[in-house]
Design a protein around this ligand. Structure first.
Ligand code: FES
Ligand SMILES: [Fe+2]
Length: 332
């Protein structure tokens, strides 16, 4: 086997890619509540208005720095800091205080947030630039139940983005065959898509899978196992919190679909989602075992058969480009 010429280096192994990250499951954030979260070393808060709209902000009150996630409250769809009762609207503008007119300056920096498929995603950009793309929304309306999974570990933000395309680890780490691509691998802006057939996915059943990697933080699998009539949708996310700590989250939907198949009760659908979800967790854990002790290499020495992995590393570079910051998104 010969080494690939011009094997690309990692874009920036020490920086955090600019992309969307899941910071919570939807169910974690109740209307009228505040949830403290950490994303890429930044302390943030999530909160929800009474009608269910999620918002994300810097955690620290611009007045004197109290953390709004501890003791803060949502009142009349605005945030109230516990320290001196400064009140902020969803744009982070101070609308009143307990003592005099709101200050002219100082804004509770809002963060772009999207909620889809039972996950809440927040945009992270190292320079404070706004998002120029949004994660694709996957239709889960055919499903009536889902299962979730979450695990903390150490790792690198790019570990998961590269993993689906790291063909030669599949037989070694997962004891699984290399999939057959039904269509050429597609790199499309912030996404790459694998349309593939996976033999022996379950026992001797073949799965048809469209896998979309949407930025380095989100992997979505749309799965059909024709012999079992199982259709599934899995959204897997991988979020840097602080240091080299990561939080993995996964939402799994699954049901039986096909002509003449009656809808199964919701409780059975939930059990099926848990079973399908557990199958992929077993594989994720095999990867995590490596990722938790791995040193992510800036310069990889790839070999033949790893051209797609090299292309993936070139694709990753876009998530490290610096763009014009938005002064509102930066902490004041
Ligand atoms: S620190 Fe928040 S109101 Fe003073
Ligand atoms: Fe893997």
């Amino acid at each position: 086997m010969s080494n690939l010429p011009n094997t690309p280096s990692a874009p920036s192994p020490d920086a955090c890619p600019n992309t969307w990250y899941a910071v919570a499951f939807s169910a974690d954030l109740k209307p009228g509540k505040i949830l403290p979260v950490t994303l890429a070393g930044q302390d943030l808060i999530l909160w929800r208005t009474k009608d269910g709209i999620p918002h994300a902000h810097s955690a620290y009150c611009p007045h004197l720095g109290a953390h709004l996630g501890y003791g803060g409250a949502v009142r009349d769809d605005q945030l109230v800091c516990s320290f001196h009762k400064f009140t902020y609207n969803s744009e982070g503008i101070c609308t009143k205080t307990s003592h005099g007119a709101p200050p002219h300056k100082g804004r509770l920096a809002p963060k772009p947030v999207i909620e889809t498929n039972n996950l809440i995603f927040v945009w992270h950009d190292n320079s404070g630039a706004p998002p120029d793309w949004t994660p694709p929304i996957f239709d889960s309306s055919i499903y009536r139940a889902h299962s979730t999974w979450q695990q903390e570990s150490t790792g690198h933000p790019l570990d998961n983005a590269e993993n689906p395309i790291d063909w030669i680890h599949l037989p070694v780490t997962h004891n699984a065959p290399v999939p057959t691509l039904n269509k050429p691998l597609l790199f499309d802006g912030p996404n790459y898509v694998l349309d593939m057939s996976i033999k022996n996915f379950w026992y001797n059943f073949t799965a048809e899978c469209i896998l979309t990697v949407s930025g380095p933080g989100i992997v979505v699998a749309q799965l059909v196992i024709p012999q079992t009539r199982i259709s599934a949708l899995e959204i897997f996310s991988w979020t840097p919190t602080s240091g080299n700590q990561m939080t993995s989250r996964k939402v799994t939907y699954a049901t039986f679909l096909g002509d003449g198949i009656p809808r199964i009760p919701i409780v059975v659908e939930k059990a099926l989602a848990a079973i399908v979800g557990y199958g992929s967790v077993r594989n994720i854990r095999r990867d995590l075992k490596i990722f938790t002790t791995r040193r992510y290499p800036k310069h990889a020495h790839l070999t033949s058969g790893e051209e797609d992995l090299a292309a993936c590393r070139r694709w990753e570079k876009q998530f490290f480009e610096s763009r014009q910051p938005d002064p509102v998104l930066r902490d004041s």
